[in-house]
Design a protein around this ligand. Structure first.
Ligand SMILES: CC(=O)N[C@@H](CC(=O)O)C(=O)O
Ligand SMILES: [Zn+2]
Length: 308
């Protein structure tokens, strides 16, 4: 028997959560001008630039990372003009599309990101129990075949962060790369656009009453953050090894090359068992002390769903 879920009537598409990730910025600006491409029957779709100041400066953020700012503390703190720009903006976004965790919150928020890593198309999932999102991701994967789109699950108790999209009942991140910061590449732009199209089609079909049978979705569960080797002053003393560079989602085994020092020494991966690295050499993560993240593969079962 299919689980009965609420219709997804209110949907937002966020671009410019990071102001230098150009595909999402350009697509959302395009759709703000003319939204016919993203309209679907029975759904209200709102394209929205989340960090306009960062977009104007073509920088990731102005004061602090907006995609880490949606914490309960930030969303409830008073202080107005004294607060960092992105904290004030997070409060505004929470008022418009939330409040986070409440019945009034938007049903679905798509948040469009680019990575400098060679990750291809990646859907970012925040909960393994979100059967609506699992069904949507399965639908997208089937629709774009033979192209592919992997699912990165982040529900790690320590590594999870408070994203812009987390305001919605069903948060969906879309990360497409490789694309340098501040650069627009047509292949990346078009892949992102195509995935959004299928995602919106899914919502339209769901709201029209289609039943989606049980399915299994392969996900890559975030496991560990790996920092660059550093000296006592915190300066980096090695680079991502050429054998690992651009090999996002390919198995990394204990003993495999991981970093290369400036004098040519190889540092090997010392973990236990096979992992699947991702966000390898992401430009935005140098400041976050992360050279790449490891993930482990697993299969999740999505139950049958149908609208209530
Ligand atoms: C490269 C980049 O910005 N990635 C995003 C991933 C996400 O949206 O969860 C971030 O760190 O916020
Ligand atoms: Zn981003």
């Amino acid at each position: 028997v299919a689980a009965r879920l609420d219709e997804a009537r209110r949907v937002a598409i966020f671009g410019g959560t990071h102001g230098n990730e150009m595909s999402g910025v350009m697509l959302v600006n395009l759709w703000v001008q003319n939204n016919t491409e993203v309209q679907r029957k029975g759904v209200e779709v709102q394209p929205f630039i989340t960090n306009p100041k960062a977009v104007e400066k073509c920088t990731r953020y102005v004061d602090t990372d907006l995609n880490r700012a949606f914490t309960p503390e930030n969303l409830s703190t008073l202080g107005g003009g004294d607060l960092p720009y992105e904290v004030r903006r997070a409060q505004e976004i929470n008022r418009m599309f939330g409040p986070k965790g409440s019945p009034e919150a938007y049903d679905v928020i798509f948040d469009l990101h680019n990575t400098t890593s060679n990750m291809g198309c990646t859907l970012l999932l925040e909960s393994s129990k979100d059967h609506f999102n699992l069904q949507m991701m399965n639908y997208i994967q089937k629709s774009i075949f033979p192209a592919s789109c992997l699912v990165l699950l982040n529900e790690h108790p320590l590594l999870k962060y408070s994203t812009s999209r987390s305001v919605a009942k069903h948060p969906v991140g879309l990360e497409v790369g490789p694309q340098p910061q501040g650069v627009l590449r047509s292949n990346i732009f078009e892949s992102m656009r195509d995935i959004l199209k299928h995602a919106l089609d899914f919502i339209e079909l769901f709201n029209a009453g289609m039943e989606f049978p049980p399915c299994t979705v392969e996900v890559f569960r975030l496991s560990e953050r790996i920092d660059y080797p550093r000296d006592d002053n915190g300066n980096i003393i090695a680079m991502v090894h050429p054998n690992l560079q651009d090999c996002d989602w390919e198995p990394l085994n204990p003993g495999d090359p991981m970093f290369q020092t400036f004098d040519g020494k190889t540092i090997h991966y010392q973990g236990s068992g096979t992992v699947y690295p991702t966000f390898i050499n992401e430009a935005a993560y140098y400041e976050k002390q992360q050279a790449f993240a490891t993930t482990r593969r697993e299969s999740l079962v999505a139950s049958a769903i149908r609208k209530a």
